[in-house]
Design a protein around this ligand. Structure first.
Ligand SMILES: Nc1ncnc2c1ncn2[C@@H]1O[C@H](COP(=O)(O)OP(=O)(O)OP(=O)(O)O)[C@@H](O)[C@H]1O
Ligand SMILES: [Mg+2]
Length: 279
């Protein structure tokens, strides 16, 4: 469904060419949930923006969605950002209906039905007349997810959608996203710093190395949903942490102190509530 072949991206920074990501190749199957996990600055958002058509990949790169090259942002590939980018002057309902109306394919009644359906899916039916400033962070993200789903994208692109939320809300939204994925069977590319979030949600996790970002290792998680924390998931978490340890240390040495040493923690069963698995 989605295929990246040797995708690279360089930016001009202060007159110099800066290689953000290099030679990224991966695929996402129909209905698959793939996470990109890696240290800050390794190019995760850049990869997602290229898939969304918001950034242009370097010459020689190929990004195909259902065998068609991605050239610009279209409803086929919808992005959900870290900060819910809702229109503050529109209500919850109007925010979700906006894109549907603009697409001009549906009647007024169909727009209403579609917006209501997806707002119900994210448990926001009671808040359709609220304005964004009247919502909590978690509610705003629910609306963003409904807005993206309403356009029936082929693939949903999520860039750390829950990282600004408190841990309780984040856990609740993990469960809700899991349900949505089971129900809609959408393919998802999900960017996160959080190892637990990645293992809870993903079918596959691609770990990234530091600049220029490259795929370091791939982890496949074949566990049924809804998922609960099991020894098997904890084991995978620890393996990922070990792989990323070197990368985190490189970033910290570069940004903070050459003598920085990453103190490797391991996750234990008692840490079920510990969401401090961000990297
Ligand atoms: N538009 C741009 N112009 C110049 N440099 C950019 C641009 N966008 C990203 N970069 C650089 O590319 C690198 C990768 O950035 P990116 O935002 O993709 O990283 P990231 O992995 O998403 O990081 P984080 O986890 O902190 O969000 C960074 O060094 C960043 O400064
Ligand atoms: Mg980012």
């Amino acid at each position: 469904m989605l295929q990246l072949n040797k995708v690279s991206k360089s930016f001009k920074q202060n007159g110099e060419v800066f290689q953000a990501v290099s030679d990224i190749s991966f695929f996402v199957k129909e209905g698959e949930f793939v996470s990109l996990l890696g240290p800050s600055g390794c190019g995760k958002s850049t990869v997602l923006k290229m898939i969304a058509g918001l950034e242009k990949a370097d010459t020689g790169s190929e990004i195909l969605l259902q065998n068609n090259p991605i050239k610009k942002p279209v409803p086929e590939q919808m992005m959900v950002f870290q900060e819910a980018a809702l229109f503050p002057w529109l209500t919850v309902f109007e925010n979700v209906a906006f894109g549907l109306k603009s697409a001009g394919k549906l009647s007024k009644k169909e727009v209403e039905e579609t917006a209501s359906y997806y707002l119900a899916m994210v448990h926001m039916s009671k808040f359709i007349h609220h304005y964004p400033h009247q919502l909590s962070g978690g509610m705003k993200q629910r609306v963003s997810i409904a807005r993206a789903l309403a356009l029936d994208p082929k693939i949903l692109l999520m860039d750390e959608p829950f990282s600004a939320l408190d841990e309780q809300t984040r856990l609740i939204l993990h469960g809700e996203l899991e349900e949505i994925v089971m129900k809609t069977k959408k393919s998802v590319v999900f960017v996160t710093h959080n190892i637990r979030e990645a293992v809870t949600l993903s079918d596959r996790i691609l770990t990234f190395s530091t600049r220029p970002g490259q795929i370091k290792e791939e982890f496949s998680i074949q566990m049924s949903r809804p998922r609960v924390m099991t020894q098997e998931l904890l084991y995978i978490e620890n393996k990922i942490l070990e792989v990323l340890r070197e990368e985190i240390e490189k970033v910290m040495k570069n940004e903070i102190d050459d003598a920085y040493e990453f103190k490797s923690r391991t996750f234990s069963d008692s840490a079920v509530d510990d969401m401090g698995s961000g990297i």
